[in-house]
Design a protein around this ligand. Structure first.
Ligand code: SAM
Length: 358
């Protein structure tokens, strides 16, 4: 449309932009699909590679943020950091740039104002969480640390509780993604209880724990989208998939028969119901004011803090300290740095470390 001078009527364009409410869910889903397609085409050899401190979604050149959008971008980064704890300038900055570049610039301030008003469990934030989180995980990830935990920490935690009338073993697994880490932990606890004579695995594979034990592996994640798969305990067995590190001897913690999905694809293995029954999910953000428990003998938060800002890491580690019982232990990811050395004492294994609450 043109005005009387023949010049384009720019305000008509802006009016259109301003009334366009961005469909963040669709944008988010599209960007995630793009990421996956890019990851597939980038290099098959990289598929399933461990983070090693980097985003497993290979970086691609970011769309340059328009200069006039710099202020909105800074406002968005600050908002994402304060609500999600995410280090928005880090490995997810490329996704953020692509998200902002895909929106009409004039619509961004209104959208930001809506996000600022929206509660953390609103649809806009859920779509952002889906876009900005990385869910890579698998059974028995970082075996050195788990072996050290099983041999050097769990027996002591069990021994300290075995004379209690109600012997509680509460574990908090923060940022657990689709559940492989949670079930790994439940298996380790059962194994340690068997060694201590407090549980047994019967001939038919059934797991029986002495009734006075209250074992619970509480798993939390900021992304509610991970809940479905984690609860079902069903995992597809494909090369470099969730079973890539599962020791053969631990296969007994899964239903003996693998299932072939009717729609094709790799076989599915299902975690035994007795193991699933030890676990429970809560949506939780590690930058929340309170932990989900104050009685954990063990907290695991691995490969989560690497995506968060310094401030969020500090806060989260103080939260883990509050969640732990007096003799509790903390496991961080291999690339995480202890930011609260006055709260935790390192326990060194051959090539790994855990932390004891001070
Ligand atoms: C790479 S996965 C790690 C999964 C598992 N801990 C492991 O090591 O295999 C990171 C998980 O942290 C979650 N996450 C990211 N930021 C979080 C936050 N602020 N609070 C809680 N969970 C968060 C993500 O949703 C994702 O599921």
């Amino acid at each position: 449309m043109r005005d009387g001078t023949g010049a384009p009527r720019a305000e008509t364009v802006f009016m259109t932009d301003l009334t366009t409410t961005p469909d963040l869910t669709a944008l988010s889903a599209k960007l995630r699909r793009d990421d996956q397609a890019f990851r597939r085409s980038f290099a098959l050899g990289q598929f399933g590679a461990d983070e090693g401190g980097a985003d497993p979604v290979a970086p691609r050149p970011a769309a340059p943020a328009p200069a006039r959008g710099a202020e909105a971008r800074a406002r968005f980064l600050a908002l994402v950091e304060s609500r999600l704890g995410v280090d928005a300038g880090g490995s997810v900055s490329d996704r953020i740039d692509r998200l902002l570049a895909s929106m009409p610039p004039a619509a961004i301030p209104g959208w930001l104002a809506e996000l600022e008003m929206e509660p953390a469990d609103g649809a806009g934030w859920a779509a952002l969480v889906d876009l900005l989180t990385v869910h890579e995980t698998y059974f028995f990830r970082d075996q050195d640390q788990l072996v050290f935990l099983r041999r050097s920490v769990l027996p002591g935690l069990i021994a300290a509780r075995r004379n209690d009338q109600l012997a509680r073993l509460t574990v908090w697994c923060a940022g657990c993604s689709s559940g492989e880490e949670v079930y790994t932990l439940a298996m380790l606890l059962v194994d340690a209880l068997c060694d201590a004579g407090e549980a047994e695995i019967r001939g038919d594979g059934r797991i029986c724990i002495q009734p006075r034990w209250r074992v619970s592996v509480l798993w939390t994640d900021i992304d509610r989208g991970v809940l479905g798969q984690a609860q079902s305990g069903c995992y597809s067995d494909f090369p470099m998939g969730p079973f890539r590190s599962l020791p053969e001897a631990w296969g007994g913690y899964f239903d003996p028969s693998t299932r072939l999905p009717p729609y094709g694809g790799p076989p599915v293995r299902v975690v035994r119901p007795e193991i699933r029954a030890l676990t429970g999910f809560l949506p939780h953000n590690v930058i929340s004011a309170d932990p989900p428990t104050l009685d954990a003998c063990l907290v695991l938060c691995r490969n989560v803090l690497i995506y968060l800002s310094d401030r969020a890491r500090l806060h989260a580690q103080a939260l883990f300290h509050r969640a732990l019982s007096r003799d509790g232990a903390l496991a961080l990811g291999p690339t995480d740095v202890m930011r609260q050395p006055e709260l935790f004492q390192p326990m060194w294994g051959a090539s790994t470390v855990l932390y004891r609450k001070k």
